[in-house]
Design a protein around this ligand. Structure first.
Ligand SMILES: [Zn+2]
Length: 211
């Protein structure tokens, strides 16, 4: 699948799964110095490949008629600072709830390790600005995900599929935490418990075959 076809596919899935409403999210995928990104102001479930602009890593438009998403500077800042090959940004409900009420998402489930543990909430700045890009960049340091204060979430991956799955996981973790707060006081996993999970994953049990 071409980069632009991938944007159409995952744009549609993001809307289908309720991670994005209408135009409120953007995706990008990188190959070398080129980045295919969803266009500004277009519904993500109605994209066609030729609608998706291609920019270079310096932010110059290389191909396409439509303007790139207004959040493209944030995507490019993330590519500059990490080895990510794809970035997904949404205004998903539970991610945005956490991003408007907290300064971080604590690890209440060991799957948070797949995103780097604690998910930080990047300080608020106006959408599309270099300030927001810089805040997201520092919140993402050493992580696969960050939240953006009063805005939404952002995840990265080695492929668009990985970045997309990270967005689904981020939303699930936020939902578990927010719903947990409605029931009682969620227990936060300790550093020791998380270290034990890492150890366990490095040394999985091997079941011997019955002779
Ligand atoms: Zn946004």
């Amino acid at each position: 699948m071409s980069l632009r076809e991938q944007l159409c596919e995952y744009g549609r899935r993001a809307v289908e799964l309720g991670l994005v409403i209408g135009t409120s999210g953007n995706l990008s995928v990188r190959q070398g110095d080129l980045v295919a990104v969803t266009p500004s102001g277009a519904a993500l479930d109605r994209l066609t490949p030729d609608m998706c602009p291609i920019v270079d890593v310096e932010g110059y438009l290389v191909e396409g008629e439509l303007q790139p998403s207004s959040e493209t500077p944030m995507h490019l800042a993330v590519y500059e600072a990490t080895n990510a090959q794809a970035v997904v940004h949404t205004h998903s409900v539970f991610g945005t709830v956490v991003a408007t009420t907290m300064t971080e998402l604590p690890p209440v489930h060991y799957n948070a390790l797949l995103l780097g543990g604690v998910v930080k909430v990047a300080e608020y700045a106006t959408y599309g600005t270099p300030e927001l890009a810089a805040n997201v960049r520092s919140a993402l340091e050493g992580k696969q995900a960050a939240l953006m204060a009063n805005h939404g979430g952002v995840t990265i991956g080695a492929t668009l599929e990985q970045a997309f799955e990270a967005t689904r996981l981020l939303e699930w973790l936020c939902e578990v935490y927010v719903r947990g707060l409605g029931v009682g006081k969620p227990t936060i996993l300790t550093d020791e418990q998380l270290a034990a999970v890492v150890e366990r994953s490095l040394d999985p049990p091997v079941f011997p075959r019955r002779p």
